[in-house]
Design a protein around this ligand. Structure first.
Ligand code: ADP
Ligand code: MG
Length: 320
């Protein structure tokens, strides 16, 4: 195992949904492994260029699949609580990425090993989002089922713009990465770590100071930023479906951005240039990362990660 040499630097790379599911026709597990491999080619490229990498990822669709299976087998099997869905998907997606990295390492003669850390993330049980759950999860239901679930399971349910009813859960802010010491130690020892999958398994502290899982969803970009700050990462990369961030996105006067200062990022975010639920949380996560001591963040798509690191593309965000 290659040890950490003084020239190596640490990057947290948050990979987006497109690194696992490319389109609706390619959602099977083998499809997801094939998709993961494509992104891992570029992560290994980064590693060969001297980066120690921690990979984080989303899990929205994969949690949806588990909930759907659970729904269909209700007559026979127990429900899977949401925190357990988080753990299941961290393991399964971690495996996809671990194996993809392993195979790419062997192909390129890189002496590295990847390891997944099932990660709990502490949230505040008084986080305001628990009073107003708004993150939709699972399949659509008819009104009768929705009301039944509200009464019997105490779910929060909402009518979603005429498309049917859905369960909604809280989306609290991440406060602490519980396994951060294990992650840091593994990185320092030269392992490529996969962590905070799906934003981490949300846990709260009960009156006896024990951790307990909670039915909530943490934004993966927020959790990735907190992890990057906690382990003192030199760089925070958000790999997603766009090569660069734009002002007036998808409008005739759209303008792609090469560089943003934290000040500009705050201003454009406030002006509404970044869509809620997609680009806005990424920009917010980057602002928190830079405010928390981070020096540099980068947004681009998987295929351009190495070029973006050479300054050839992507949107770079720095403090000044
Ligand atoms: P991920 O799975 O990587 O988190 P998201 O769909 O949540 O992906 O967020 C990335 C998406 O944000 C892009 O694919 C793009 O469609 C959208 N987006 C919204 N606003 C902007 C913007 N101003 N510039 C670039 N992309 C934007
Ligand atoms: Mg997203």
């Amino acid at each position: 195992m290659e040890g950490k040499t003084p020239t190596r630097r640490v990057a947290v790379v948050a990979v987006g949904g497109n690194s696992l599911i490319t389109d609706a026709k390619h959602q099977s597990v083998p499809d997801q492994i094939r998709a993961a491999r494509k992104t891992c080619v570029h992560i290994v490229g980064m590693i060969q260029n001297g980066w120690d990498v921690v990979v984080t990822h989303g899990n929205g669709p994969q949690v949806g699949f588990i909930l759907r299976r659970s729904e269909l087998s209700r007559h026979e099997l127990h429900d899977v609580p949401l925190d357990s869905c988080g753990a299941d998907t961290q393991g399964a997606i971690g495996y996809d990425i671990q194996q993809s990295l392993h195979n790419e390492f062997r192909l390129r003669g890189v002496d590295k090993q990847a390891v997944t850390v099932v990660t709990q993330v502490l949230v505040d049980k008084d986080d305001p989002s628990f009073r107003k759950p708004s993150k939709p999860i699972g399949s659509f239901m008819d009104e009768q089922t929705a009301i039944e679930r509200r009464e019997k399971e105490r779910w929060d349910v909402v009518e979603d713009a005429g498309r049917g009813w859905r369960r909604v859960v809280a989306s609290p802010l991440p406060k602490e990465i519980i396994e951060h010491k294990a992650i840091k130690t593994l990185v320092d020892q030269g392992f490529v770590v996969i962590a905070v999958g799906g934003g981490g398994i949300p846990v709260v502290e009960n009156d006896r100071h024990e951790l307990v899982g909670t039915a909530a969803v943490i934004d993966k970009d927020y959790a990735s930023a907190l992890l990057a700050n906690t382990i003192g990462a030199d760089l925070f990369v958000i790999s997603t479906a766009v090569e660069k961030v734009a002002l007036n996105y998808n409008k005739p006067n759209q303008r792609w951005l090469d560089h943003l200062t934290i000040e500009e990022a705050r201003r454009y975010l406030a002006e509404g240039h970044f869509a809620k639920g997609s680009m806005a949380p990424k920009i917010q996560a980057i602002i928190w990362y830079l405010e928390g001591g981070g020096r540099e963040a980068l947004i681009t798509n998987p295929e351009n990660v190495e070029r973006a690191l050479q300054g050839k593309t992507g949107t770079r965000v720095t403090r000044e």
